[in-house]
Design a protein around this ligand. Structure first.
Ligand SMILES: Nc1ncnc2c1ncn2[C@@H]1O[C@H](COP(=O)(O)OP(=O)(O)OP(=O)(O)O)[C@@H](O)[C@H]1O
Ligand SMILES: O=P(O)(O)O[C@@H]1[C@H](O)[C@H](O)[C@@H](OP(=O)(O)O)[C@H](OP(=O)(O)O)[C@H]1O
Length: 305
């Protein structure tokens, strides 16, 4: 039976009668094709990527497995609609902490229409994309059996400054990562989730090495999903830390040119993660009152004075 994914953290959602992805019990994720060129473009990308023999296996594992397309009843009740049939990246997880990070200072391909560029540019400027080369699009952080997940509100995430991004990347690997923004993130899981030979940083570096070379595709508006299971980490088992790539509706051919836009964003994200592993952090809102009503993180050090 098809269900609304419980661990989706960003993008179009199937809840409340909207068109969005569905999952089944066999580990498949069904993403409806948007009627415009975004749908056909994403199918074209998966088809080309799946059949391209130049993609090394250690890079292929960062992408969901593609099982073609299938006509299914759309989640918005509009009838049969073609869906991408993908591997559900979180089907084996119990309580995964997940973050969707949209990579690239520009989220629009150069050949996009003026209207589309204007729409994206506005979001890139208002968020951290232009400044950092990436922005957080959504996340859920598991607390414990009682508190469940902290799933941040979309508007809240959109208002993130650089300092907020730094703080949330720390909260993501903390044992005390509640929505209580006064609590100091302890980064208790940083070394096992971000660090280590198979942690998030090592995986991002492996991906970066490929991006330094590959000129086949340019990945505009694509997201890195980072995930791990806190409960496994607490039990001292492998944290399940994984990096995956999703959303290829705006991928274009690379025509022999390095994807500087994606590579730059990836390097910036790598720097943020590396800093968490190596640098002690001064929590900016310690002496700074924040507006709890808006659930805003205090992002401006001048407000502390
Ligand atoms: N293969 C997958 N397995 C599990 N979850 C996935 C998968 N692909 C996407 N997701 C979840 O769905 C979210 C949205 O995915 P995606 O970006 O592909 O959708 P979208 O509607 O095109 O997004 P946007 O509106 O940002 O363009 C991701 O943040 C992730 O939580
Ligand atoms: O950031 P938000 O508020 O979630 O906005 C959505 C997000 O920017 C998506 O990336 C975009 O899809 P594309 O990137 O594929 O254009 C979508 O466009 P849409 O509303 O036209 O579907 C937006 O609504």
């Amino acid at each position: 039976m098809l269900k609304v994914p419980v661990h989706q953290v960003a993008g179009h959602r199937a809840s409340d009668g909207n068109l969005g992805p569905l999952v089944d019990d066999s580990g498949r994720f069904y993403k409806p094709l948007q009627g415009d060129e975004r749908g056909s473009n994403e199918v074209a990308f998966y088809s080309s990527f799946s059949s391209n023999t130049k993609i090394p296996d250690h890079i292929r594992r960062f992408f969901p497995v593609f099982h073609g397309t299938q006509l299914l009843e759309a989640s918005d009740g509009s009838g049969l609609c073609p869906h991408l049939v993908l591997q559900d990246l979180v089907s084996s997880c119990v309580n995964p902490s997940i973050m969707d990070i949209k990579i690239g200072a520009s989220t629009w391909p150069p050949q996009a229409s003026e209207d589309y560029i204007a729409k994206c540019l506005k979001k890139d400027r208002e968020g951290t994309s232009i400044q950092l080369g990436f922005r957080i699009s959504g996340f859920q952080i598991y607390g414990n059996k009682e508190s469940g997940f902290w799933k941040a509100d979309k508007q809240f995430i959109k208002s993130f400054s650089t300092e907020d991004v730094r703080l949330v990347l720390r909260k993501f690997v903390s044992s005390n990562a509640s929505a209580d923004l006064d609590s100091d993130p302890d980064c208790a899981f940083a070394s096992v989730v971000y660090g280590g030979s198979s942690g998030i940083l090592a995986q991002l570096l492996e991906l970066k090495a490929w991006f330094e070379d590959q000129t086949i595709f340019h990945f505009y508006s694509c997201s890195v999903l980072v995930m791990y299971e806190k409960e496994l980490t607490v039990e001292g088992r492998s944290s399940g830390a994984a990096v995956k790539l999703v959303d290829f509706a705006h991928v274009v051919e690379g025509v022999g040119v390095i994807d500087h836009n994606f590579l730059g964003g990836l390097c910036s994200l790598i720097k943020f993660i590396s800093e968490i592993l190596t640098t002690p952090y001064e929590y900016p809102s310690k002496t700074c009152p924040h507006d709890t009503e808006k659930n805003r993180l205090c992002s401006d050090n001048s407000a502390m004075e």
